[in-house]
Ligand binder design. Sequence first.
Ligand SMILES: Nc1ncnc2c1ncn2[C@@H]1O[C@H](COP(=O)(O)OP(=O)(O)O)[C@@H](O)[C@H]1O
Ligand SMILES: [Mg+2]
Length: 492
Amino acid sequence: MRVTLKTRIWVTILIIVLLFSFFILFYFPAQQEKYLLKDFNKEVQNLAGTVALGVKIALTEQNFEGVQTAMDFVKDDPHMKFVSMLQVDTVRDEKGGLKIERTVFKTYPENVKVNPNITTSDSIIVKLAPFQTKVLNGEILLGFSTVDIQKSKQQIRLTSIVVSAIVFLIGIILGFWLAKRISVPLLALRDAALLVGEGDRNQHVYTKTRDEIDDLSKAFNKMVSDLKLAEEKILAAQNQLIHSEKMASLGQMTAGIAHEIQNPLNFVNNFSQLSKELIGEFNSADNEEEKLEILSDIKSNLEKINHHGKRADSIVKGMLMHSRNNIEEKQLTDLNALCDETMNLSFHSMRSTVPNFNCEIEKNFPTDVPKANIILQDISRVILNLLNNAFYIVHEKSEGNKDDIKNFTPKVSISTSYKNGFIRISIRDNGNGIPDSIKEKIFEPFFTTKPTGEGTGLGLSISYDIVKAHNGTMKLETKSGEFTVFIITLPA
Ligand SMILES: Nc1ncnc2c1ncn2[C@@H]1O[C@H](COP(=O)(O)OP(=O)(O)O)[C@@H](O)[C@H]1O
Ligand SMILES: [Mg+2]
């Protein structure tokens, strides 16, 4: 069972208040009454003693008026019920034993009939004070009314009830206040912590309690701003890494491309040289037939020059697309062309690191795929990342299969399609696939299975972010040991 802090505080205070109220209501008045009664008893006893002494002196002096004066000593006390002078005699009872017999000698007020053996009861306090003279052995019997005591008792009870009610009320209010004072900032802290957990780093809690809760919220606020700062630092570091990764792959690509451009340039040089020589031959040709043949050779050479020139042009254009184009804005882009060029780039780049790398390449670009509004540089990076991964894995597989290399032909395919306002780009390889155990992790930044220096683990995470920023999705299908397909869907 979950008990909230508020309830705990409440219950604790309630118990304390109840205990305290109980004390005020019962123990405190009982104690008070006890003392009150004790004091009163003592007072009456003292008075009886004083009267007895007065009577004794008067009797010794045989001054009977003095006896009256002594008894009058208590006459004015409003609590007095009666004062009697008793004669005490020791007599033999029927069985021959001794017994004390009291007789009332004189009483004030005179009309009151006093039983000499009267004892203290609820309504009256009775005290005896003995005196001895030559003429008489006696006792003063003093009766005082307890009416006032009873009144005081009631007064005390009433006060206790009122006080305990006040204590109870104050306790309840205090409990309310305390519970609120503790639980409100705590709940605010809890809510803020939840929001921080969800990624909101601008949560701050303000308390004015000047206590540990205040310290806690200050520490919490500091933690959040530290977290924010640390995240910003990580982000900056990450951006730096992304940048250097971009630069590194660009450098690698440039090397590959330069190598690839060399090839068509060689053709251009050779065929133009050849054509120059053919023109010489043309000039010295004897018959028309020979001249026509030379002309057709020159034409075919020029066509080859043109073809290879175009190839160099497309490679350079593709490279420029990645390096020079720093436009961070969306532009309508032909994704088919982009995929085609990026495929060439990635393959050339692979070839620049593994010179005799061979791979079957399949492209499928239906013409109905419309242009998409994308940040060209970013999407081409995504395609490049996926293709680079694909080439890497098929190469790795072919290396591993060296013994029976005939059984494995590396193959990387790229295709586009269009359906219901979405363009799909799939990049497939027949590499080793991605095991289930790391499927969840590959999109995490810095997750890589490649040896240091060969992978940063940033490719997929960056790609995922880019696709997400384009309101697209990136899905993965793979079978261990057989294939991997990454499918990007982008709104057209
Ligand atoms: N086509 C693929 N086939 C098999 N594994 C892949 C493929 N693409 C990515 N991976 C796995 O995902 C990991 C992360 O890829 P990526 O984020 O591009 O970083 P990197 O390529 O630097 O390792 C790779 O190290 C690899 O284990
Ligand atoms: Mg990669």
